[in-house]
Design a protein around this ligand. Structure first.
Ligand code: AMP
Length: 112
């Protein structure tokens, strides 16, 4: 558990969250400030800063659950978007790897 990491605190139950899915490697929770009708965050249970520091095994596991999570949140048929903000210029505000899954409406593009 990394010190002062809000996602580590969510994973350890120190901050409340709305859980969507959980397995041995990952927790999926609703984003507290949703940017779309469906906006959940895929959080690895073991702290890693970002997609650059994450192992390929962890990333493979997280991606392998995307279809299931999209089904659970009701967006698999109409479509959805995955976002991994990375680093300062990439807009990452919480330094604990997370994959945003957004959907439930037609999403705009480009995002910047
Ligand atoms: P990013 O800007 O990619 O680092 O995304 C961080 C995300 O975490 C934002 O979408 C925030 O709304 C979300 N967030 C921050 N605190 C919480 C929390 N306590 N529970 C759920 N989502 C959170």
């Amino acid at each position: 558990m990394a010190e002062n990491c809000i996602f580590c605190k969510i994973i350890h139950g120190e901050i409340p969250s709305e859980k969507v899915y959980e397995d041995e490697k990952m927790l999926v929770v609703c984003d507290v400030a949703p940017a779309a009708p469906v906006h959940v965050l895929l959080l690895p249970k073991q702290h890693t800063d970002d997609v650059v520091t994450a192992s390929s095994e962890l990333l493979r596991h997280m991606m392998s659950k995307v279809k299931l999570i999209a089904e659970k949140t009701g967006v698999v048929e109409k479509g959805f978007r995955l976002v991994i903000n990375t680093g300062e210029e990439g807009g990452q505000t919480v330094k604990h790897l997370h994959i945003h899954l957004l959907g439930g409406k037609v999403l705009g593009w480009p995002p910047c």
